[in-house]
Design a protein around this ligand. Structure first.
Ligand code: NAD
Ligand code: MG
Length: 395
C-alpha cells in the first residue's frame, strides 16, 4: 500500500491523480489532500477518499472546511498555510507526494518532500525551474525518487534507458514536442486581441488556467526546456523543441546512432500520472487507447522559423536564462507568474505578457543563491519589479 499526499488536489492534475488512484484502491491510500481556496471541492474529495489530513491556504477557508467535515461526521485533521503543506509533504506517514500546486507557491512543500526522501511525482515544474541546483541537491541529500509527471518529461523518461549512467554517452539529444497552443496560426495583430477565455481553450489538452496561458505564449515549453535540463542532466544545446499540433507524440530521445525513440498516446494526463504512481511497473490509467486507424496525420514543423520566433518570443528565453547566472530562471518564472495573472485578470493584453518578462529580466540582478531564503527573496523582488512594470503598461 502506497500512502499518498496530493498537494493541489482540486486542480486539473490533482483531480486526474485522484481519478487514477480511485481505480486502484488495493494499491494506494490517500492520506492528505490540499487546496488553496476551493472548500466545496476539497470537501467532496475528503468525503470520497477519507484522508487523515486536509490543508487549505488560509485560515478562513480551513475553518469553513472543518465545520463542513464535522457536520458530516469526518474527523479529518484540518490545517492551513505553507508550514502545514511542508509538514504534510515530509510526514513519516507519507510515502508518495504528488506535487501538483501551480507556480512557485509549491516550491517549499515540494522541497520538503525532496528533503524527506519521498517518492516525488513532479507536476509542479515551476518548483524545479525556480529551485534549480538547490532542488536537485535536496533530492540527492534526501534520497528522494524524483519522477516526472509533465507529459513530455514522462515520455522522455520512458524512452531513456533505466541506467542513468549511460545517458551522457548514448543520448544525442532530446526532442520536446509542442502543440503550438490555440494561437499557432495567429498574426501579431490577432495576438493583441485574444481573450483569457480563448487562451485557456487549448486545442488538445484540458489544463488549469496558468499553464493554459503558458502554452499559448509558449512559455510552458520554455519552462519545460529548463525542467528537462535539470531532470535529465543534459546541456541546453542538447534539448530541441519541435511543433507537433496533434499532441500524440509526447516527446522523443535521439541516440548517438541517430535512432529515435518516441512515446505516444492520447493527450490524457492520467497516462503520465499512472506511470509515476506505478513506476517501475505499469497499471491501468483510465485513458483511451490510440486508434491508429483513425489517426490521419502526425505532422511536425520547425519551431525555429522566423515566423515562430516572432510569434513566440518566450521560447528562446529558456536557453538565454540557462546561459545566464543562476537565479535567472527564478526571475523569469516570477515575472511570468505576475504577467499571466494580470492577463487573466484582464489588466494587460496577451502580447504584453512578454514585455513584462523582458523588462523584469533587464532590471533584476539574480545574485548568489546559497539557500531557500535567498531564492525566495529573489522571487519576491522579481514579483515587485514585474508588478511595477504592469503599472506602466496601458491596455
Ligand atoms: P490548477 O490551477 O488546475 O490547480 C492548481 C492546484 O494548486 C489547485 O489545487 C489549487 O488549489 C492549488 N494552489 C494554487 N495556488 C496555491 C497556493 N498559493 N497555495 C496552495 N495551493 C495552491 O493547475 P494544474 O493545471 O493542475 O497544474 C498544476 C501544476 O502541474 C502546474 O505546475 C502545471 O504547470 C503542472 N502541469 C499541469 C498539467 C495539466 O495537464 N494541467 C500538465 C503538465 C504539468
Ligand atoms: Mg507538458
Amino acid at each position: 500500500m502506497q500512502r499518498v499526499a496530493v498537494l493541489g488536489s482540486t486542480g486539473s492534475v490533482g483531480c486526474n491523480t485522484l481519478d487514477v488512484i480511485a481505480r486502484h484502491p488495493d494499491r494506494f491510500e490517500v492520506v492528505a489532500l490540499t487546496a488553496a481556496t476551493r472548500v466545496e471541492k476539497l470537501l467532496e474529495q475528503c468525503l470520497r477518499f477519507r484522508p487523515q489530513v486536509a490543508v487549505m491556504a488560509g485560515s478562513g477557508h480551513a475553518a469553513r472546511l472543518e465545520r463542513k467535515l464535522r457536520a458530516r461526521g469526518l474527523t479529518t485533521q484540518v490545517m492551513h498555510g505553507e508550514r502545514a503543506l511542508e509538514q504534510v509533504a515530509s510526514d513519516a506517514g507519507v510515502d508518495t507526494v504528488m506535487a501538483a500546486i501551480v507556480g512557485a507557491a509549491g516550491l517549499s512543500s515540494t522541497l520538503a518532500a525532496a528533503r524527506a526522501g519521498k517518492r516525488l511525482l513532479l507536476a509542479n515544474k515551476e518548483a524545479l525551474v525556480v529551485g534549480g541546483e538547490l532542488f536537485l541537491a535536496a533530492v540527492r541529500d534526501g534520497g528522494a525518487t524524483l519522477l516526472p509527471i509533465d507529459s513530455e518529461h514522462s515520455a522522455i523518461f520512458q524512452a531513456l534507458p533505466q541506467d542513468r549512467a549511460t545517458w551522457p554517452e548514448r543520448v544525442d539529444k532530446i526532442i520536446l514536442t509542442a502543440s503550438g497552443g490555440p494561437f499557432l496560426r495567429h498574426s501579431p495583430a490577432e495576438l493583441a486581441q485574444v481573450t483569457p477565455e480563448q487562451a485557456c481553450a487549448h486545442p488538445t489538452w484540458v489544463m488549469g488556467p496558468k499553464i493554459s496561458v503558458d502554452s499559448a505564449t509558449m512559455m510552458n515549453k520554455a519552462l519545460e526546456v529548463v525542467e528537462a535540463h535539470y531532470l535529465f542532466g543534459l546541456a541546453p544545446a542538447s534539448i530541441e523543441v519541435v511543433l507537433h499540433p496533434q499532441s500524440v507524440v509526447h516527446s522523443m530521445v535521439q541516440y548517438s546512432d541517430k535512432s529515435v525513440l518516441a512515446q505516444l498516446g492520447t493527450p490524457d494526463m492520467r497516462v503520465p500520472i499512472a506511470y509515476g504512481l506505478a513506476w517501475p511497473g505499469r497499471m491501468a490509467s483510465g485513458a483511451a487507447a490510440l486508434d491508429f486507424g483513425a489517426l490521419r496525420d502526425l505532422s511536425f514543423e520547425p519551431m525555429d522559423s522566423d515566423e515562430n520566433r516572432a510569434r513566440f518570443p518566450a521560447l528562446a528565453l529558456a536557453w538565454e536564462a540557462l546561459a545566464a547566472p543562476p537565479g535567472t530562471c527564478a526571475v523569469l518564472n516570477a515575472a511570468n507568474e505576475v504577467a499571466v495573472a494580470a492577463f487573466l485578470a484582464r489588466r494587460i493584453r496577451f502580447d504584453q505578457i512578454h514585455a513584462v518578462i523582458h523588462g523584469t529580466l533587464a532590471q533584476v540582478a539574480p545574485g548568489r543563491l546559497q539557500d531557500l531564503p535567498a531564492l525566495l527573496a529573489l522571487d519576491t523582488e522579481s514579483r515587485a519589479t514585474a508588478t511595477s512594470l504592469l503599472a506602466h503598461l496601458r491596455q
